[in-house]
Design a protein around this ligand. Sequence first.
Ligand SMILES: *Cc1c(COP(=O)(O)O)cnc(C)c1O
Length: 381
Amino acid sequence: MTDSDTRRPATLAAQTLHSIDPATGGVVPVIQPSTTFVRDRDYQPLVDGRIYARDHAPNPEQAEALLTRLEGGTDALLFASGMAAAAAVVQALRPGDHIVAQNVMYWTLRSWMVSFCAEWGIGLDLVDTSQEGAFEEAVQTGKTKLVWIETPANPTWDVIDIAAVAEVAHAAGAQLVVDSTVVTPVLSRPLELGADIVFHSATKYLNGHSDVLAGALVTANEDPLWARIKDNRLNVGGVLGTFEAWLLLRGMRTLYLRVERCCENAMAIARHFDGHAAIEAVLYPGLESHPRHAVARKQMPGGFGGMLSLRIKGGREAALRCTANLNCFQRATSLGGVESLVEHRASVEGPDSPIPDDMLRLSVGVEDVEDLILDLETALA
Ligand SMILES: *Cc1c(COP(=O)(O)O)cnc(C)c1O
């Protein structure tokens, strides 16, 4: 056993697995952009079985190795975006298979799943997770191959009990995928709770600086489903480029610090505006008043995350007026960066969206929280 086998995740992240460049002694991973790798005179790959970058590229592999350790998995795959990673999982199913997902989840993925499954003969049930027993009712033993959940779910931050859904999925012969984009391995490790695959839009907290698009999957087991997903990435080719992988590695070095600060700031904002005269409701799993606070406390021992939503008194118009008046929060989509963002999801999702139009989603960054609170106070006044 080497030191790096026993070191804790925050240490592994800060030191990118204690990587030292053997050629120079540099403490930062070297960028290796070559797309092709030489063979020896016996026509065998010269180093580590490397032949071509779509299959094995050094920098993406470093980021995959680190993420595998952070999530406690056995293997990881990076993709060119979160959507490419999610699509690789869904496309690993076959016509006649069945998926259970949730009604309120990341909107683009939900929309794509609905149309893809309809066109390719894959059954899809979207459940209302606020109903007890919703997953038990929706799974079809032998037919359901995938249960896909996101917790806390965008943008209402409803919490799902991962261990309970894992049992339901496994009893039906299905695998459980958890979208842990908002949670990160800092706050919770779904594979330890029974999930089979963890999904990340690495565009968000893992990179953390709003300057890389990337997606990631980490698996508990290298089983036949994982082999099909791996085959998809190799042959369909949605790989992450070398420079993006290097930036992602650099972002991950500060993951633990950033997420801790985002949680602290989000909790301070949630507490400040809970019961505020201009606010109908604060949606944040860290508040004791959240309907699934106990589940959140159990499965997110590291904290409750940097995302929350505010329902503004006065409806759509008041919510949009508030966003217009904000100066420190920036009006933009996405989440998980060091800078705070605000979004009116109902405007973005359109008329089919189940999201109330008085709701503003906040991605709370690492700024001084007093500036963020003052900005919201001023915009609501
Ligand atoms: C952003 C996001 C995705 C999609 O990832 P991209 O990197 O934008 O393709 C999926 N799930 C959640 C929760 C996200 O926030």
